[in-house]
Design a protein around this ligand. Sequence first.
Ligand code: ATP
Ligand code: MG
Length: 373
Amino acid sequence: MTGAAKDVELIDVSKAFGSTHAVKPLSLHVKAGEFLTLLGPSGCGKTTLLRLIAGLEQVTGGEIRVGGDDVTGEPPNRRDTSIMFQDYALFPHKTLIDNIAYGLKMRGMAKSERNRKAMSWLETIELAGFGQRLPHQLSGGQRQRVALARSLIVEPGVLLLDEPLGALDANLRRQMQHELRRVHKDVGLTFIYVTHDQEEALTMSDRVAVMRDGCIEQLGTSVDIYDQPETEFVARFIGLCNVIEAEVVASTKTEITCTADGLAPLALTPSPSHTLKTGDRISVALRPEAIQVRKTGAVPSQNGLRLRIEDVTFVGSTFKIKGASPSGQTLDVDVGRRELGPHLLEPGQEIIVEWDKSAANVLRRSSAHEGSP
Ligand SMILES: Nc1ncnc2c1ncn2[C@@H]1O[C@H](COP(=O)(O)OP(=O)(O)OP(=O)(O)O)[C@@H](O)[C@H]1O
Ligand SMILES: [Mg+2]
């Protein structure tokens, strides 16, 4: 249905607007056919990076290759990329057919041929029969699908999507996420997708690049990023809140033991990327949902503590607990409702929490950004 997927290589690409370094020199290889997401907070350079790839901005330094060709100095129409903006900018006075066929018209394709293609896309996005409508006669989600068809009809090797679902409500967003995944699978294109929503990034992508201050802080599969965040910034940004400061007291090939204020000794699985020795100060990430809760019994000799519940929030299937140990160490804990049975948890109660050593991992100090995230 579309042209062949192409890979995108960014080699030391940077962009400055005056004294603002929107993108600092970074390299990234997006594979042909991959769904890669740029995830990061507002202002970290996601849109700028996408616009550099599309050719809507010129790089300050570095090189951009699409399908092996150096396109660094090429205009947008010579790059085999297509970009879909957050506000999807449909032409209000053009019918859906004309909106979808617009890119083909610009390429000089005859009317009968481009309309035939646009009709076929209307079927794909399940809007067959809507061709003569104007955009304002559609729902938000339907407009979104039209914008998607309009970007795809030109058969780009690479589709760039800048927060395309930002304007939708939660239900529609989920529906469109599913739709985008399906289209990606069906047409086999390279997707570079921008969002600041961590859940969206994790559910949709083959790989996620977490960005911060114009840099890529971590690149990996969704599972890698979630299970093995490398820095405190990534751990916190993807919704993992427990970061414990600790000191290494023993280190073997199979286990690292450390101490932290108010905790029983912490046991960790060593990672090949860290060599730790006795006396090192480290930060440890601990996922709230990997912590188990008991109401009675002894505090375990390692990886556990007694907590007094300070706050409980009910979020459907889970209770989110904030608790503090007698020495003031605070922890966020997620407990599945079924785990608790008929018991309720209330502020002021004491609980015992414990976790498996695989639930915790050592964070890298991000040297470029010492201090707060
Ligand atoms: N044309 C421009 N002129 C000057 N500064 C710019 C320009 N475009 C972007 N910037 C700056 O570059 C930085 C990165 O902006 P960018 O739009 O890429 O962020 P973003 O990650 O897309 O953020 P958001 O999630 O809010 O859309 C910001 O500090 C922004 O103010
Ligand atoms: Mg943006």
